[in-house]
Ligand binder design. Sequence first.
Ligand code: HEC
Length: 103
Amino acid sequence: MKAIVLTGLCLLGLSLQTSVFAASPYAGQARAAAVCSQCHGIRTPSAEAPFPSLAGQDQTYLETALKQYRDKTRKNDVMNAIAGSLSDTDIQSVASYYSKLKP
Ligand code: HEC
C-alpha cells in the first residue's frame, strides 16, 4: 500500500515537471530565471565573474555544451551536476531562451 502511494506521488511529480517545462522559450525562461541565472546572470555578467555568459550564444552551441556536461564528456563538477537532471526538452528550451537574449 505504501509503495503504491509513493509510486503515485512520484508519477504526479514527473507529470507536473514535464508539463511545466514543455519545449517553448517561455518554459526555458522560467527554468533559466530560477536556476541558471543564479550563476550565469540574466545579462552578461561582469568581466571578473567566473561564469561564462550564455546570452546570445548560438543555440546549437549551448545544446551541445549541455549534452556534453550531461554525459560528462565535458567535465565541470558544477555543470555536470546541473545538466545531469536536464531532459532533452529542458536543454532545448533553455538553449533557445539564452540564444534569443541580447548579450
Ligand atoms: C552554481 C553555478 C551554476 C549554475 C546554477 C549553472 N551554471 Fe552553467 N556554468 C557554471 C560554470 C562555473 C561554468 C564554466 C564551466 C567550464 O569551465 O566548463 C558553466 C558553463 C556553462 C555552459 C558552457 C558555456 C560555454 O561558453 O561553453 C553552459 C552552456 C551552461 N553553463 C549552461 C547552464 C544552464 C542552462 C544552467 C541552468 C540549467 C546553468 N548553466 C546553471 C556554473 C553554473
